[in-house]
Design a protein around this ligand. Sequence first.
Ligand SMILES: CC(C)(COP(=O)(O)OP(=O)(O)OC[C@H]1O[C@@H](n2cnc3c(N)ncnc32)[C@H](O)[C@@H]1OP(=O)(O)O)[C@@H](O)C(=O)NCCC(=O)NCCS
Length: 244
Amino acid sequence: MNTYRNIRKRQRHADADEDLSFSRSRARSLVLEANLIENPLEKFELDKIIQLEQLELVLESYKGSQLPLELRQWCFQVVEKHTRQDYESAGIWSASGKKAELRSEAARYLLVRHYPLMTLIGFVHYRFTIENLENVLYIYELHVIDGYQGLGVGKKVVQILELLGRLTKMRKMMLTVFKRNKDATRFYKEKLGFSLDASSPQFFGDMECKYEILSKDLMSFSEDCTSKNSLIRSKLFRVHEYLN
Ligand SMILES: CC(C)(COP(=O)(O)OP(=O)(O)OC[C@H]1O[C@@H](n2cnc3c(N)ncnc32)[C@H](O)[C@@H]1OP(=O)(O)O)[C@@H](O)C(=O)NCCC(=O)NCCS
């Protein structure tokens, strides 16, 4: 009897290992696939010109390695202006580290311009990556410059990323936010449906940590829109429904 039970137990462990390794390799291949996409806006035929209530935006998509130097420098200046103090308060500001992060091969950008002047007004740096064994769209930086905040630009950009995350079958969207950045924390939690991720340091007893990790699940809608080979059909329908 004991032997039979042991065999069943070993079998269950083997099945669990197999499931885990299957989901890990699926997560890896989905990230790989997403990273092969040259330009997600073009691939998924998303509008590059977006009308908000008070302004019209133009989006430009880049991979980190393709982002022209002057645009990368602009992004760095915005990051430095908005968040240097947050990093310094946590004792982790490094200009060279941030610059390296911005030009990483894995980095992806959406740059936002004010149409028709084409002035740069914001950007998001995001990545398709594996985090805690899951395939995720990770938001590294999101910035809207002074004078353009509060006009719906940040929200629209996150909605577009959410759509890209779902279309590339990422399990969730994630980001790290400094606790002292109360505005951004409220923006993500109260307006965009993010909540504390299970990997956030406070869940491991680190209450002093200066940042928290937020996430938003992308799976429910994703199953819908990818089932029955309906990706393209639902995409055309949902993209407009979602963004308008
Ligand atoms: C945080 C940030 C990206 C938000 O972008 P934004 O374009 O200013 O925000 P939006 O205009 O799209 O706001 C969307 C919604 O969030 C709300 N919101 C924006 N800022 C908020 C704040 N500080 N507190 C509470 N709600 C806020 C808006 O009222 C709006 O609500 P509504 O949809 O009910 O009208 C932008 O303010 C910014 O770049 N801040 C400095 C850099 C930064 O902190 N980045 C985040 C680092 S992770």
